[in-house]
Write a protein that binds this ligand. Structure first.
Ligand SMILES: C[S@@+](CC[C@H](N)C(=O)[O-])C[C@H]1O[C@@H](n2cnc3c(N)ncnc32)[C@H](O)[C@@H]1O
Length: 276
């Protein structure tokens, strides 16, 4: 799987146009969006804003801290963290269209003095050693085969004692996944590790595990609430997958939900700290 394959999976060339149309349909002004109006679209991971708020609640962040968002997408989590903690956040993502839209939305929200985005690969980041107090990554590692290289590169750019929060989908015991999923059209671009492999990989790279959460029940409850909303004729709270993948989203989301229900996919939230 190449960088071009990943970018091809996520890019359409029409994302901003479609986002603006979706905001208008919601009754929001695309020229003056709010964090709340963007939330259904700019949190491109399971449970959307609910998961971002949850991981933020597990962190301790000072306004003077510099955070790194690895695989920052269109920047919803980065803007949320900067807004909530008053800190600075740098996002890195290898999909150019996402970085462009992320910068555009950040300007509209007047957060550009706190939040910036770099086009680049998480496996080779353009930051000096020990640049960040904390790093997080939401639903990104499933696209990265070489986890040891990823954890090593994150460790390099974190200050000693800096924290890492990984929110990702792990391979469960229930069997292989069905494709497409929101992160991969086929199995050739999907690289889930088991929770135990992730734990061992982080420890081998020099991290100490602080907290390890299985979020499957939260994911199922969120899915049930979303389904009930749709049945009542309302929009579901999380619409990022439809925005990004269009018609393919329905099957991709169904495959993920079934994977979680059958323990083929285990959503995990792992807080760790760089040793020494
Ligand atoms: C499912 S999206 C999640 C985006 C964002 N974290 C969020 O939660 O809104 C996965 C993102 O990871 C990015 N990505 C995948 N592999 C990457 C890599 N090696 N380096 C940087 N970004 C990567 C993709 O471009 C995409 O934006």
């Amino acid at each position: 799987m190449t960088v071009e394959d990943i970018e091809h999976h996520y890019s359409s060339g029409t994302l901003l146009e479609r986002l603006n149309a979706a905001l208008i349909d919601d009754g929001a002004d695309p020229a003056h969006p709010t964090i709340e109006a963007l939330a259904p679209y700019d949190q491109f991971h399971g449970r959307g804003m609910e998961a971002t708020e949850e991981i933020a609640g597990m962190l301790s962040v000072a306004p003077t801290d510099r955070l790194l968002d690895i695989g920052s997408g269109i920047g919803g989590p980065a803007r949320y963290m900067a807004h909530r903690f008053g800190c600075r956040v740098t996002g890195i993502d290898l999909t150019a269209e996402f970085c462009d839209v992320a910068r555009h939305l950040t300007r509209l929200l007047a957060l550009e003095s706190q939040v910036g985005f770099e086009l680049g690969n998480a496996l080779s980041m353009p930051f000096p050693d020990a640049s960040f107090d904390g790093a997080y990554s939401m639903n990104v590692s499933m696209n990265i085969a070489d986890k040891a290289a990823l954890y090593g590169e994150i460790r390099r750019v974190l200050k000693p004692g800096g924290w890492l929060m990984l929110s990702e989908l792990a391979q469960g015991p229930g069997g292989p996944l069905d494709f497409p999923t929101p992160w991969a059209a086929t199995g050739s671009s999907s690289f889930l590790s088991t929770p135990e492999e992730t734990r061992r990989g982080l420890e081998a790279a020099g991290f100490e595990i602080v907290q390890f959460r299985d979020a499957a029940e939260d994911m199922k409850a969120y899915g049930a609430r979303s389904k009930a909303m749709v049945e009542r004729g309302e929009k579901p709270p999380h619409r990022a997958v439809q925005l990004i993948h269009g018609d393919a989203a329905v099957t991709a989301m169904r495959n993920t939900a079934r994977g979680v229900a059958e323990r083929r996919i285990v959503p995990v939230e792992i807080l760790s700290r760089r040793r020494g």
